[in-house]
Design a protein around this ligand. Structure first.
Ligand code: WT7
Length: 632
């Protein structure tokens, strides 16, 4: 097992060593895993390409490290503990041995349906154990998984399947989510009409609802399991072979497929999981994220299983059957580490303490937060009411692209400061730059957050478009990885993430590109142009504010609004629906035709008295008109 940091001095020593001798440091961590063949060199890199390779020449299979190597020492320990959507349904647990066999069986199913090393498999599934099993089964046979969050629309799913030319999709008949039943297979069927590369749609029976059946490609998972062996040798992978693709939004264009590779991702997710959460043998760890996001990949599946932990998966939502569900589960399963998003904390805070009070939260040792900046009020509510004032709260900053937690307190070790992600993990070298790219040194400073040295779990490329990876992350400040976040470093060196500085909105911890929402809205026949910005929202962190220009004055605003919401739901999914829509006659543009979003953001957040310089606008009068306008 990798080094487990025990004290702040230990952290400081290890951090200094990781900067002075990164290769020695990471070689030491990596040597604690099972490799089929040890690497020839620890690191080859340049950020110009970018071309980053960790553990060059090393051979492994990550599932041998998640499963096989634990069989002797903890075969009978629970690996995955699953809590269903409906509290009256029984939880299910898989021991490490059971999980090993389940993964082998699914891996054999994949192979029997023609899946080979390097093939892409799309997973569009509810939060059930079979999703984690499918992820690991792909990794076992060397297939590259692309998990798509099951809240995305059929159009968004089809785009992702086609971008990665997936050969197989794995889905369910339906999905229980709170009081709703989502027709998952119908959504997949609709998507597959435009996905010529899909040969098989493997369907898990979850809800038992009626589904349409296409015998040429649909296969029931329970039927495919018939007669399949529960042993499956793992495929030997190069450290730099792709492990998975995960799509995420950027400020322009369509979502990009962030690519992570086997060796470095394995080493970093285990190391960061153990140290940030200070996981002890026998603890029950619960991350409430969905496996459709990076948090679920790294800190529900891979990190915890690599560390031999008991990781909980929850199928449902925080407010079903009522707003006490999270706390009821914490009590029921004696959860020790609880990791959630600020948006969930704020939503539950708004429901009142009567939903917290009935439950015994005495098992909790560590609380975590991820996905967006946590505001003071939510931090203190979490601290006072869930942590009973005294539990460490780890505010973990990271991104889909970073693969693992980058800046965060280590629970109980790093001195906390509310709303601060505090200090970088060993091996992580953050720097702050100004708009010209000059490094801002010292403390009590602010600027743009970059990372100046590679870390093992960083993205390697964006699938099928390496130029885009270079342009988005490595060109703004040559020689550095640019995060897209603004940051402050306080008097003693603690980092506080301020938020995105690009045109990405963070809605309930989900990343949404303004351009994607605009493109969807523009599909409405009466919309000529639109501009989308984020604005502060009490629960979601940021809400979506859309300014639209119509060709003809709409006769019925209610209908227009409903149509726009429905188009966005169809093109992207319900998470991208605008909260506010305003009809305008013009947008503030520069003489070169660029929309000045800075102005639109100020109007949206009600600070239009501080518009700043508007002299470069083509027609300054549109600003007054927009400011005086009303929502539809
Ligand atoms: C963006 C990445 C990484 C898991 C979930 C989101 C924001 C993330 C924090 C935090 C302030 C945070 C950043 C980042 N973010 N964690 N602890 N404090 N902001 O992954 O969808 O790739 O989004 O989320 O703006 O760039 P993601």
């Amino acid at each position: 097992m990798t080094h487990r940091i025990k004290s702040f001095e230990d952290y400081q020593t290890l951090y200094d060593r990781s900067v002075a001798d990164p290769e020695g440091f990471w070689a030491e961590q990596a040597s604690t895993f099972q490799w089929r063949k040890t690497w020839d060199r620890v690191l080859d890199w340049n950020f110009e390409g970018p071309d980053v390779k960790w553990f060059v020449g090393g051979k492994l299979n990550i599932t041998e490290n998640c499963l096989d190597r634990h069989l002797e020492t903890r075969g009978d320990q629970v690996a995955i503990l699953w809590e269903p959507n409906d509290p009256t349904e029984s939880p299910i647990s898989y021991t490490y041995r059971e999980l090993y066999h389940a993964v082998c069986r699914m891996a054999n199913v994949l192979k029997s349906r023609g899946i080979q090393k390097g093939d892409r498999v799309c997973l569009y599934m509810p939060m059930v154990p079979e999703l984690a099993i499918a992820v690991l089964a792909c990794a076992r046979v060397g297939a590259i998984h692309s998990v798509v969050f099951a809240g995305f629309s059929s159009k968004a799913l089809a785009d992702r399947i086609n971008d990665a030319t997936c050969k197989m999709v794995i889905c369910s008949d339906g999905n229980f989510r709170g009081s709703k039943v989502i027709p998952v297979k119908d959504i997949v069927d609709e998507a597959l009409k435009t996905c010529p590369t899909i040969e098989t749609n493997l369907v898990l029976k979850r809800t038992g609802q009626e589904v349409a059946w296409h015998a040429d490609q649909d296969v029931w998972l329970h039927e495919a399991y018939q007669g399949v062996s529960d042993e499956c040798p793992a495929e030997e992978m190069d450290a730099e072979d792709m492990l998975f693709i995960l799509y995420t939004s950027g400020s322009t264009g369509k979502p990009k497929g962030v690519v992570h590779t086997c060796g470095g991702y394995m080493v970093y997710t285990e190391f960061s999981f153990k140290n940030v959460f200070q996981y002890d043998e026998g603890d029950v760890y619960w991350c409430t994220a969905d496996i459709g996001w990076i948090t679920g990949h790294s800190y529900i599946v891979y990190g915890p299983l690599l560390a031999g932990a008991t990781t909980m998966m929850f199928e449902g939502v925080p407010t079903y059957p009522d707003a006490g569900r999270f706390w009821q589960i914490c009590e029921k399963h004696k959860v020790n580490q609880f990791y959630t998003a600020p948006t969930a904390i704020r939503a539950l805070e708004a429901k009142g303490l009567e939903y917290v009070k009935p439950y015994d939260l005495g098992s909790l040792k560590v609380l975590g937060s991820v996905g967006e900046p946590i505001n003071e009020e939510a931090w203190h509510w979490y601290d006072d009411n869930i942590g009973a004032k005294g539990l460490p709260i780890v505010d973990t900053w990271w991104q889909t692209e970073t693969g693992g937690i980058m800046i965060s307190p280590l629970a109980g070790i790093t001195p906390l400061k509310p709303c601060h992600a505090t200090l970088p993990l060993p091996g992580i070298q953050p720097v702050i730059v100004d708009a010209e790219g000059n490094e801002v040194e010292g403390n009590d400073v602010e600027g743009l957050l970059c990372v100046k040295f590679p870390w093992p779990s960083m993205l390697r490329t964006t699938y099928g478009d390496h130029e885009r990876c270079k342009n988005v992350y490595f060109s703004a400040f040559p020689g550095k990885y640019f995060t897209g976040d603004g940051v402050r470093r306080d008097e003693v060196g603690n980092y506080r993430i301020i938020g995105r500085v690009d045109d990405v909105i963070n809605v309930s911890g989900h990343r949404i590109g303004t351009a994607e929402v605009e493109n969807a809205i523009d599909e409405h026949p009466n919309v000529v142009e639109s501009a989308v910005v984020g604005y502060p929202h009490d629960i979601k962190g940021q809400g979506i504010y859309a300014y639209i220009i119509c060709q003809q004055h709409p006769s019925d605003m209610e209908t227009l609004r409903a149509e726009i919401l429905s188009i966005v739901t169809k093109v992207i999914g319900p998470i991208a629906k605008p909260d506010k829509i305003q009809l305008v006659n013009g947008l503030p543009k520069t003489r070169s035709g660029k929309i000045m979003r800075r102005i639109l953001r100020k109007i949206a957040d009600g600070t239009s008295d501080k518009l700043g310089d508007t002299s470069t606008l083509l027609d300054p009068s549109v600003v007054d008109e927009i400011r005086d306008g009303v929502l539809i």
